[in-house]
Design a protein around this ligand. Structure first.
Ligand code: BG6
Length: 471
């Protein structure tokens, strides 16, 4: 369907960009910060990839970076607070004043430049000390520690921050052993049971953060930032149609259904029960989950998949992001209609439009795009430019589909491209760049970390200045 796209976006639409603390800040031990699981995981590959020690050095260069955001005309900046900057050991008696001050400065500087701060409380970086103390999300103590951390942020920054996101991509994080402290365990039932117990504790923690926000900052809005990984049926074979539904249910909707409706949906309980992975539940949990219903749905969108039925005898893979296999439910095959990046991420702007429909039709809540972008090896040419026309095409095609979704009547609050600036990719260091702004460093040499505006920066600036009318 083609729609006349002029003047589609509301005047207060938030044209934004995003990053996360461990991927951009550096200063990994400055100002009293403790280590996070993301730091520890990155140090294991320091000989091959850029790690989190310096990253893009936002910790020291944030003023300069916020000036670049202002010049771009950015309306919102989604960033995360490093839990271990506020509580270096995850649950110290007092918050770390230097950590608190750093984010005060960032938030104030954003507001002075007319940029709405949108804060993720936890983006893959649990303090390592909590893994050492009680293996992180395995223990229910993590729920109380997260609650205290969330309340500290809300009490301290709630006078200035109007949009909050408790946990980034819980549905993906739960599949990444190194971020959970599960990497030392052999694959098998015990590990999967533990994973689902951790997931359950994260649900309780997230619900408590939503409830705390409603109590402490009644005019603020809070919602998840989850990874939406939609799947098409690989063929019109009825079993494949069910396989695609199963993929959507078991990787995506179980999460948002629980967030919104405050209980595990029946299909998910049935699945967990069949596998023997139902988590232990305590009295009072039901009330906690019910009290944590979000104000909007935030989602990260990069790729779509094609699912086909696989027999119960197929070998399972519960953790692969691109090729998960849930025996008796689904596995993925390449989608012949789509191109893919060199990392095999299938590029699907139409799937983005489908995502808006799927999520709005299911929840009737406003939507916020918390991430969308293209990671690839950009080159700084001999003229000192980065001509990333492929990124412009990716963003243009995706924003175009979002514009049609808005024209069709779906309420969308914000769009955050990933990422404002080149970041340490969560899997491929600086080889996989996402930014509108190039950071002149490579994997092992930081050089001067000079900032260079890419061609996509100028393109996005124009998009923002026309409120999305001219892509
Ligand atoms: C999302 C994460 O999953 O995807 C980001 O929220 C991440 O932290 C982004 O950087 C892209 O993934 P990757 O692995 O290419 O960095």
């Amino acid at each position: 369907m083609d729609i006349n796209n002029n003047k589609i976006f509301p005047m207060d639409f938030l044209w934004g960009a995003a990053t996360s603390a461990f991927q951009v800040e550096g200063g990994y031990s400055d100002g009293g910060k403790g280590l996070s699981v993301a730091d520890v995981a990155s140090f294991k590959h320091s000989d091959q990839y850029a790690d989190t020690k310096i990253a893009s050095d936002f910790y020291h260069k944030y003023k300069q970076d916020i000036q670049l955001m202002a010049e771009l005309g950015l309306k919102s900046y989604r960033f995360s607070i490093a839990w271990a900057r506020i509580f270096p050991n995850g649950n110290d008696e007092q918050p770390n004043t230097e950590g608190i001050k750093f984010y005060d400065d960032v938030i104030n500087s954003l507001l002075e430049n007319g940029i709405e701060p949108i804060v993720t409380m936890y983006h893959f970086d649990m303090p390592q000390a909590l893994i050492d103390q009680y293996n992180g999300w395995q223990s229910r103590k993590s729920i109380d520690d997260f609650d205290r951390y969330a309340r500290t942020l809300l009490q301290h920054y709630g006078d200035r921050v109007k949009y909050w996101l408790p946990i980034n991509e819980q549905n993906l994080m739960i599949r990444k052993d190194k971020l959970l402290g599960l990497q030392h365990l052999e694959s098998g039932d015990m590990k999967e049971r533990l994973r689902h117990q951790m997931n359950y504790h994260m649900f309780l923690a997230s619900a408590k953060a939503v409830d705390a926000c409603h109590e402490l900052c009644p005019t603020a809005k809070i919602g998840p930032a989850f990874a939406y990984l939609p799947a098409y049926p690989a063929t019109s074979r009825p079993e494949d149609v069910l396989a695609a539904q199963d993929s959507d249910r078991l990787l995506n909707h179980y999460l948002t259904d629980t967030y919104v409706f405050g209980e595990y949906p029946a299909y998910y309980k049935h699945y967990l029960e069949k596998q023997g992975w139902l988590p232990q539940i305590q009295d009072g949990d039901e009330e906690i989950l019910k009290a944590g219903s979000p104000d909007f749905i935030g989602f990260n969108y990069y790729v779509s998949f094609a699912a086909q039925y696989c027999s119960p005898e197929t070998k399972a893979d519960y953790t692969s992001i691109l090729n998960p296999v849930l025996p008796g439910y689904f596995e993925y095959v390449p989608n012949e209609y789509l191109d893919a990046t060199e990392y095999n991420w299938q590029i699907d702007p139409t799937g983005f439009r489908k995502s808006f429909r799927d999520l709005y039709d299911r929840y009737h809540l406003p939507l916020m795009v918390t991430e969308n972008g293209l990671g690839t090896a950009d080159v700084l040419n001999s003229e000192g430019k980065v001509v990333d026309m492929y990124r412009i095409k990716y963003l243009k095609d995706h924003i175009g589909q979002m514009r049609t979704a808005v024209a069709e009547g779906i309420p969308v609050i914000a769009y955050h491209m990933w990422a404002f600036i080149d970041i340490v990719s969560s899997s491929n260091g600086f080889k996989k760049r996402y930014g509108l702004v190039y950071v002149d460093r490579n994997e092992l040499e930081e050089k001067e970390l000079r900032r260079v505006r890419k061609e996509s920066y100028y393109w996005y600036k124009h998009v923002i200045s026309t409120n999305g009318d001219d892509l």
